[in-house]
Design a protein around this ligand. Structure first.
Ligand SMILES: NC(=O)c1ccc[n+]([C@@H]2O[C@H](COP(=O)([O-])OP(=O)(O)OC[C@H]3O[C@@H](n4cnc5c(N)ncnc54)[C@H](O)[C@@H]3O)[C@@H](O)[C@H]2O)c1
Length: 325
């Protein structure tokens, strides 16, 4: 891999968030000249970035990506950009106008500025949500996005398509990553899809049998956050442009299996309790075909689900203990 990051200036939006903070940590090992991290901390935290906020190579700017002047100024100084700042799926549904401002308008302005100031390449964080409930498993990138029924997914598709059109009209280089279920320490403890892990960890901590709503047959494709961060670096440093990649483990895991693993890594003898489903989840299956990312980006998820769940458990229990002491 050619180290184009070496001595480059890089803008990371959403860099105090879950995946973004792993990405900045990873970027630092490639000797950049400067990393601008823009995050309004609506979800991200100073705790996430405590490992690098004092590094002279990182400038943390607590601001909104909707601040057009600031963004233009930062983009004009940047060689490359990773665009991760976004609202969560639920937040988009709760406030569509805000979703438009953050996910659509600010993304458009970022793309415009990137064109104007000739940013060399952008890596855009999209999501498996664009597929809705996919029709093919494992799901390849060519799966049509017609089943998406969410504002979040619609906004991500807007971004994907704007990058694509700016590439074809103006030669703006970009790669889009569609993450599946990203998990690990620092993850959102209230997220729509992954919150189940946190609820179970709470039960394990309280020594109460964890609850599965439904029969536990819903599946997800989990990828560890540091692996998702590495995928960003691979996408930037590869020769590839104007393309989309699924980022996942390529393994389908049912909620039943997930809980089994979580209990095992915590050496817990608790048993799953099954209760009737409280909400109908329209996305009953997630399983990514990651062969394209493997072949073209040389992407290899390194952290197994077991190892990742162990790390997640230790982080979460420590966090809970700290907040109680
Ligand atoms: N975590 C997942 O499983 C997952 C799955 C699919 C896609 N994604 C996408 O990956 C990216 C990173 O996700 P994450 O899990 O790290 O989420 P996150 O919420 O932890 O990170 C997003 C960051 O963006 C910041 N942000 C939001 N609105 C902002 C604004 N207007 N101005 C400045 N900063 C703003 C938040 O404070 C947060 O730190 C997002 O684009 C998300 O949609 C994540």
């Amino acid at each position: 891999m050619k180290n184009i990051i070496n001595k480059s200036t890089i803008l990371v939006t959403g860099g105090a968030g879950f995946i973004g903070s792993y990405l900045v940590e990873e970027l630092l090992s490639y000797n950049p000249k400067k990393i601008f991290v823009v995050d309004n901390l609506i979800r991200g935290t100073l705790d996430n970035i405590k490992g690098f906020i004092k590094t002279s190579k990182v400038d943390f700017i607590k601001d909104d990506i909707g601040n057009k002047n600031l963004m233009e100024q930062l983009i004009s100084k940047s060689d490359y950009c990773f665009h991760l700042a976004a609202l969560r799926l639920n937040a988009c549904a709760n406030d569509p106008k805000k979703a438009y401002e953050v996910m659509v308008k600010a993304t458009f302005n970022l793309i415009e500025a990137a064109k104007k100031y000739k940013v060399k390449k952008i890596v855009y964080s999209s999501s498996a949500s664009v597929y809705g409930l996919a029709g093919h498993f494992p799901t390849p990138e060519i799966e049509p996005p017609y089943d998406n029924k969410t504002i979040y997914g619609a906004a991500k598709l807007f971004g994907e398509q704007m990058f694509r059109s700016y590439h074809h009209m103006y030669g703006l280089d970009y790669v889009t990553l569609r993450y599946f279920n990203v998990y690990g320490p620092r993850m959102d403890t209230h997220g729509k899809y992954t919150e189940v892990m946190i609820k179970w960890l709470d039960r394990i901590r309280e020594k109460k049998n964890p609850v599965i709503n439904g029969d536990g047959s819903i599946t997800m494709d989990f990828v560890y956050a540091a692996d998702a961060a590495k995928a960003n670096i691979l996408a930037l440093t590869s020769e590839i442009s104007d393309d989309i990649f699924n980022i996942a483990s390529g393994e389908e895991t049912s909620l039943r299996k997930l809980l089994e693993l979580l209990l095992r890594v915590n050496s817990s003898k608790l048993k799953s309790i099954f209760r009737p489903e409280t909400m109908v989840n329209p996305v009953k299956r997630r399983w990514a075909d990651i062969s394209k990312a493997k072949k073209l980006l040389n992407f290899r998820p390194e952290v197994s689900l077991e190892e990742g769940l162990e790390r997640l458990s230790s982080w979460y229990f420590r966090k809970k203990n700290d907040s109680n002491s």
